[in-house]
Design a protein around this ligand. Structure first.
Ligand SMILES: O=C(O)[C@]1(O)C=C(c2cccc(Sc3ccccc3)c2)[C@@H](O)[C@H](O)C1
Length: 147
């Protein structure tokens, strides 16, 4: 059975508490529950994780090799700064979708830079929590097509 890793970066553990106009009202626990149901409905398995620490995210990416078929990564602010995360994704050679709740391209200039996009299969942003099942469907379709 196909398994995917859904990995979330810094501050996302605080979702649902502030800036609902930017990030929506869902908590990360709400999003995890939605992803778990969606994976089951699609006959897939998934692991859902979050860390505020760059090295812990890198360790999770390394551990995905040989376990998961692909990765969905909302790296939060590390998206815009982390060459180390970019290198980690490149090193495991797993199809990875960059995901953001907000439309980063409509926000501050510093959020327009993405080191993750350089090694990602694709990017989904601006659809709030709905972006997570969208990314799951896109990744599962890619994996099915790849065979
Ligand atoms: O839109 C996203 O999902 C994003 O990845 C998420 C980010 C982010 C930034 C700060 C906090 C949070 S989560 C949050 C939101 C509101 C209140 C508390 C925490 C996410 C940004 O750093 C990114 O530029 C964009």
């Amino acid at each position: 059975m196909t398994s995917i890793l859904i990995l979330n970066g810094p501050n996302l553990n605080l979702l649902g508490t502030r800036q609902p106009e930017v990030y929506g009202h869902s908590t990360l626990a709400d999003i995890e529950a939605m992803c778990r149901a969606h994976a089951a409905a699609r006959g897939a398995e998934m692991q859902f994780a979050q860390s505020n620490h760059e090295g812990a995210l890198i360790d999770q990416i390394h551990a995905a090799k040989g376990v998961h078929a692909g990765i969905i990564l909302n790296a939060g602010a590390y998206t815009h700064t982390s060459i180390a995360l970019m290198d980690a994704i490149a090193s495991v050679e797993l199809p990875t979708i960059e995901l953001h709740l907000s439309n980063v391209h409509a926000r501050e200039d510093f959020r327009h830079v993405s080191y993750i996009a350089k090694v990602a299969l694709g990017v989904i942003c601006g659809f709030g929590a709905a972006g997570y099942p969208m990314a799951m469907d896109a990744l599962l379709a890619h994996l099915a097509q790849k065979g």
